[in-house]
Design a protein around this ligand. Structure first.
Ligand SMILES: C[S@@+](CC[C@H](N)C(=O)[O-])C[C@H]1O[C@@H](n2cnc3c(N)ncnc32)[C@H](O)[C@@H]1O
Length: 331
C-alpha cells in the first residue's frame, strides 16, 4: 500500500472502510515486451469514492485526474440495464450511417431540475473532500461535458478550489447535430444542437502555500509538468475516441484513450513526484496511463463489474505502445 509522504511527515493511506465491498488490488512488477521489468505502482479499490475519501488523511493526494459520472443517473443499475437492453433511459445509440454499430452515449439533455440539483450536491461533496485530501498546489483535472460543465465547476469553485483553465479535448463523439426528432423531412436544414466536436476538462488547483516556487519545494506541486524543456503543456489536445484494441481490453462505455490520458497524467505532477487519485476510475484508463508514465496512482470504482474490468485492463492498457504523434504542445 502506498504511504504518500508529505514533506513534514509520512501519512498512511486510509484503512479500507468499505463495508460490503472490500476488494482491493495492488500492482505487481511485470515483465515488459522488451524484457524490462516495470513496477506498475498503483492501488485500486472496489469502493465508494466518498467513503474512501472520508477515511483518507489530509494532504495525502498530489493530483486528481477523473472522469466522473456527471449525469449521476447513467451509472445506476437501472440505467445500466436499459443501456444493455438497448432502449430507454439516459443512454442513446447514435444513428448509424455506415452500417457500423455505434456505442451508446449518455444523453444529458434529459436531466430534470431535480437531477441537476443532485449533480451539484454530488460535486459539492466531492469538492469538500478533495480540498482536504489534496496537498496545497495539487491540481484536479475533471472531465465534463458542454451541457453540464457549469454544474460541475461551480461547486468546486465554491469549495475554495481555484479554476486554472480548461483543457479542450477535440473529439468527435457523434453526439448532437440531429434534426428535430420525427420531423427530419419537415426541417431538413435544422439541427437541434451543435454536433459535438470537443470535450472540456476543468482544471482546478488547491491554493498554494506562498509562491509557486515555495510550494514546489515544499509539496512538489503547484505547477504543471512541461511537455519538454522548451514546450509548456498546452490546453488543446487533439484526440480520437478510444478504439480497437483499447476498447477490446476495456469495454467500458466511457473509456478514455491512453494517448490523451498519458498527456494529462504526466502534466498533473510537475516534478513527477506524489500520487494521483482517480476516484471514479471505471475500467482504469487513468491508472493505466499513470503506470505507463511511471507515476504512482490510486483508483476507486464502486461498480463491481467495472472494478474487475479494471483489474485485468490496467496492466494491458499500460503495456500498449501508444503512438506519440501530435503529442501535447507539438501541433
Ligand atoms: C464516466 S465513468 C469513468 C470511466 C473511465 N474514464 C474509463 O476510462 O474507464 C465513471 C465511473 O464512476 C463510477 N462511479 C459512480 N459513482 C461512484 C462512486 N460513488 N464511487 C466510485 N465510483 C463511482 C461508475 O461506475 C463509472 O464506472
Amino acid at each position: 500500500m502506498f504511504r504518500p509522504k508529505s514533506p513534514k511527515k509520512s501519512v498512511s493511506q486510509p484503512k479500507q472502510r468499505i463495508g460490503r465491498r472490500r476488494r482491493s488490488s495492488r500492482s505487481k512488477v511485470r515483465e515488459g515486451r522488451d524484457g524490462a521489468r516495470y513496477s506498475l505502482g498503483y492501488e485500486i479499490y472496489n469502493s465508494d469514492a466518498f467513503e474512501w475519501l472520508e477515511a483518507a488523511p489530509d494532504n495525502s493526494i498530489y493530483a486528481v485526474v477523473t472522469d466522473p459520472p456527471y449525469g449521476l443517473v447513467e451509472y445506476t443499475e437501472i440505467q445500466l440495464a436499459k443501456m444493455k437492453n438497448g432502449h430507454g433511459g439516459v443512454w442513446r445509440i447514435p444513428p448509424s450511417f455506415d452500417g457500423h454499430t455505434r456505442r451508446p452515449l449518455p444523453r444529458f439533455t434529459v436531466l430534470t431540475e431535480q437531477q441537476k440539483e443532485a449533480l451539484q450536491k454530488f460535486f459539492s461533496r466531492l469538492a469538500e473532500s478533495l480540498k482536504r485530501v489534496v496537498v496545497p498546489g495539487g491540481h484536479i483535472f475533471i472531465a465534463a461535458n458542454p451541457l453540464v460543465s457549469h454544474l460541475v465547476y461551480q461547486p468546486l469553485i465554491a469549495a475554495g478550489l481555484e479554476k486554472r483553465g480548461e483543457i479542450i479535448r477535440t473529439v468527435h463523439t457523434l453526439g448532437g447535430g440531429d434534426r428535430p426528432k420525427n420531423a427530419h423531412g419537415e426541417f431538413p436544414e435544422v439541427s437541434v444542437m451543435p454536433k459535438s466536436a470537443w470535450e472540456p476538462w476543468g482544471l482546478f488547483r488547491k491554493p498554494c502555500e506562498g509562491r509557486v516556487q515555495d510550494n514546489l519545494r515544499k509539496w512538489n506541486t503547484g505547477g504543471l509538468r512541461r511537455t519538454s524543456a522548451g514546450q509548456p503543456f498546452r490546453d488543446l489536445i487533439e484526440s480520437s475516441p478510444a478504439r480497437g484494441l483499447e476498447r477490446e481490453i476495456a469495454p467500458h462505455p466511457s473509456l478514455k484513450p491512453q494517448r490523451f490520458m498519458r498527456q494529462i497524467v504526466r502534466a498533473a505532477l510537475p516534478l513527477g513526484k506524489g500520487v494521483i487519485l482517480d476516484p471514479f476510475m471505471g475500467s482504469g484508463s487513468t491508472i493505466a496511463a499513470a503506470s505507463a508514465c511511471g507515476l504512482r496512482s490510486i483508483g476507486l470504482e464502486s461498480n463491481a463489474e467495472y472494478y474487475l474490468m479494471a483489474v485485468s485492463a490496467i496492466p494491458r492498457l499500460a503495456a500498449l505502445d501508444v503512438p506519440d504523434r501530435k503529442k501535447n504542445g507539438t501541433h
